[in-house]
Design a protein around this ligand. Sequence first.
Ligand code: TRP
Length: 367
Amino acid sequence: MNTVPVTLFDHASRQLGELCDVAGLPPDDGRSLDVLRDLLDAAGRRPLGEPPLWPSDVADDATPVEFSLAFDEGGNRAVRILGETLPERPGPVANIEAAKRFLNRMAQRFDLSMDRFRAVEDLFLSEAPQGKFALWFSVILRPGRPPALKVYFNPQVRGRCAAPGLVEEALRRLGLTDAHDTVARHATLRGEADQLSFFALDLDDGPLSRVKLYISHDSADAATVERAARAVEGADPLAVREFLATVGGGTGPYTGRPLVSSYSFVEAYGGRPGNYSLYLPIRDYVPDDAVARDRVLAHFRRAGLPAGELDRAIRAVTSRPAADGVGLIAHVSLRLGGFGSGATVYLSSEAYAVSPPRRVGAASAAW
Ligand code: TRP
């Protein structure tokens, strides 16, 4: 019998279609699937039976794509795809080239604003990139709008020590001089333990087009991220504490994969961040996805978010029983501040592997 092998694109596009359904995104004549196909590039054409093309850090099993479903308190939803574009023959430099080809295609197809990307790319796109990635993308799908694109640079691309200098210069070029100071005073007070981990740009020129800076906090407790949240007017540190109590299981310290903070800056606000987000890599703090799901559900109920949609979203990406693995729910994030509050659930594609449940309890295992 001559069966056509299932590719990564086949697998991920089915998941995306079902997630869009859950989020109430109307079928869009295949436009978002075309974007997914281009985003995945050579990795997408590969049969799932073959090993991953490249050890992408987007997801634990090297799938170069991760989905998320964002809910805001106003009832809006967005489906997002975090992805790494991989060429036929991947490598640190070849991956950057493939990513730029994807970006150029998107710029031709949609109305992207590339000014800010061009203003900082020489800082972050090194000829000898270090670290786990150089350029990632997030495709953001919302009802009635064309796909939006966000790019992520790696501040550690020239080594850990160079990260603060790179970020400071990038913020300066983007007219956000005070931003660096805000971050230094609230989020990077613990030396080596607080690392600048992502630098992201929205590629549109709307008034709320953001520059986002992410900080990873090794072995942090709730107090560290409550302090980070205080940089943002209107972000209630108590909400951070409650989120960690409900979803993370307590005040920490979180000694597995790190808690991550992010700040959103928009030009209109100058150096003051408009939003704070906290990302909890929940998969390191639960025995399995059934427990992860219960905790996220508890947060949704407290926060008045549509709890029923969580199970539908999980079913959109997998048919395996939740208790049979851990990491399907990879992260959960809490968003606070003037540009809208809400929560986002990050769902792994698990195209290549499912991590077995951890039967020792919720210890902080580095898996
Ligand atoms: N897989 C990486 C990690 O867990 C990167 C990543 C993917 C990530 N999605 C994320 C980091 C969401 C923070 C939030 O660290």
